[in-house]
Design a protein around this ligand. Structure first.
Ligand code: ZN
Length: 481
């Protein structure tokens, strides 16, 4: 079929008209993607994000702000159930994609220049959102917060260290907060919110504060407060449910943001990484370069903690049995440099005298039976499949481990059966072990070769202690980070 230019023009005109008609018909409060360009209109859109499906105050909170009037959107993975009777003009914004619907594009639904994340149970105050907006536009803060309820907000310092998978809170100096503690309304530019990789992750305050801290956004607190609704206390069951959900959400958020440890202002810690019951945080290591190093990160803190615990457990067992062991390779390097595991290392290496293996019941059992043995504390001892050495895992599921390399003296030189071909994997004079000396390592005292520096230079080359480098510089070098 041939189409003349005239027919083509006609078809284009009809299509355009149909499109315009569709836009007019959908109306502004519709949950379908709007046809107007977003983020242009002066004003503030209120987003309700943090609420429970049960015993929530969403309808009343939405009504209170819709009466100001400002646009109000209720955002959740799926429509709340039981259904919430939203007041007229308030739209529900589903965030989880549904196979037979268009993909959710929450950023297309907020048409105002500013957006406020409002906690459930907040009541509107005429003019306060505008004051927050003015505070944002008058200063260099990218985030303005106001308290909800009568308690003042606690100003917090917040430093996020992606390489260490850690978020650290501290007491903030007034006027220089990076986060606040307590219920709060958060106001920011719409384009800033939706420039974040996780704009509507929840709990919304933690999600925004952490992403904002990574971008060094300033935060300003306005003292005027939004009132909190008078609500009946939650039933014990509802409180239990809410606490469980909050914990699940926080874990999900930290997984998304790549945080495995939060250090709170009072020094307490919250851990989100691996434990005895979970697999370790990284998969099989190829070319001595774990996946996290390629991602520009160091060993997750949970893994370092588990490695320290395993090393302490193994050395205590060896000492109790009278097995002569010493810190080897990267572990000795870490001990000499900083008294700890090197912050990007993924295992701990110990040398042992081969003739002492039979003294340790776990090693003797593994050597005799050829299969792994779990000890009373849940550590798993096994003979390595890769050669003549032993391996003690943090647990059956979490394969963080300490390697034990059996050496034996031959004419004054310590040698062994299995060589993995690493440059530092070489024989050495036995005099380094006569005597062995105690050194601080990973929170306890471990035994090391005497003259550790000479030992390390023999293995790694001159300057090994002073010049840190990743395990396999051919794959990735430290200065590339
Ligand atoms: Zn871990």
């Amino acid at each position: 079929m041939r189409v003349t230019p005239c027919q083509a023009a006609l078809a284009a005109t009809i299509t355009l008209n149909l499109l315009l008609l569709y836009c007019a018909w959908r109306g502004p409060a519709s949950p379908a993607p709007p046809c107007r360009p977003p983020h242009g209109v002066p004003g503030v859109t209120v987003l309700l994000r943090d609420f429970e499906d049960f015993e929530n105050d969403v309808a009343a909170t939405a009504r209170s702000f819709a009466a100001l009037p400002v646009p109000v959107l209720v955002a959740a993975e799926a429509a709340p159930y039981p259904p919430v009777p939203l007041p007229p003009g308030v739209a529900f914004l589903p965030l989880r994609p549904i196979a037979d619907r268009p993909p959710p594009h929450p950023e297309l639904h907020v048409r105002t220049r500013h957006v406020a994340l409002v906690p459930d149970g907040t009541r509107a105050v005429p003019g306060l959102l505008e004051r927050m907006r003015d505070a944002l536009e008058d200063g260099d803060a990218r985030l303005v917060v106001a308290p909800v309820g009568s308690a003042p907000l606690r100003c917090l310092e917040l430093r996020v260290e992606p390489r260490e998978w850690t978020a650290r809170y501290g007491a903030g100096a007034p006027g220089r907060c990076r986060a606040v503690e307590g219920p709060a309304v958060l106001l920011l530019r719409t384009r800033d919110l939706f420039a974040l990789p996780f704009p509507l992750a929840h709990p919304a305050p933690a999600a925004v504060f952490i992403q904002a801290a990574l971008r060094r956004w300033g935060l300003r607190v306005v003292p005027a407060a939004f009132p909190a609704a008078q609500r009946p206390p939650l039933s014990p069951h509802a409180r239990w449910k809410a606490e469980n959900l909050a914990e699940t959400r926080r874990r999900q958020l930290m997984r998304d943001l790549g945080i495995k440890r939060e250090v709170l202002a009072d020094g307490r810690e919250r851990w989100y990484g691996c434990g005895k019951e979970t697999p370790r945080c990284f998969g099989t290591v190829h070319a001595r370069t774990p996946q996290y190093l390629l991602a520009g990160r160091w060993t997750p803190p949970c893994c370092l903690r588990a490695l320290r615990e395993t090393a302490r457990h193994v050395t205590a067992a060896l000492e109790a049995a009278g097995v002569r062991y010493w810190l080897e390779g990267g572990s000795l390097l870490g001990a000499v440099r900083l008294g700890d595991i090197i912050p990007w290392d993924y295992d701990v290496d110990l040398g042992i005298y081969r003739e002492d293996v039979k003294k340790c019941r776990w090693l003797a059992a593994v050597a005799a039976r050829g299969e792994a043995v779990e000890d009373a504390e849940g550590f798993l001892w096994e003979k390595a499949a890769e050669g003549e050495f032993y391996r003690v895992h943090y647990s059956r599921s979490n394969r963080l481990h300490v390697d034990l390399w059996p050496f034996y003296p031959r004419g004054g030189v310590m040698t062994k059966e299995t060589w993995l071909g690493h440059p530092q994997d070489v024989e050495f004079p036995e005099r380094f072990l006569v005597p062995r000396v105690p050194v601080p390592f990973a929170g306890f005292t471990a035994m090391a070769p005497n003259d550790a520096r000479a030992f390390l230079e023999l293995k790694f080359g001159p300057g090994a202690v002073e010049n840190p480098e990743y395990p396999n510089p051919a794959v990735k070098r430290l200065h590339q980070d």
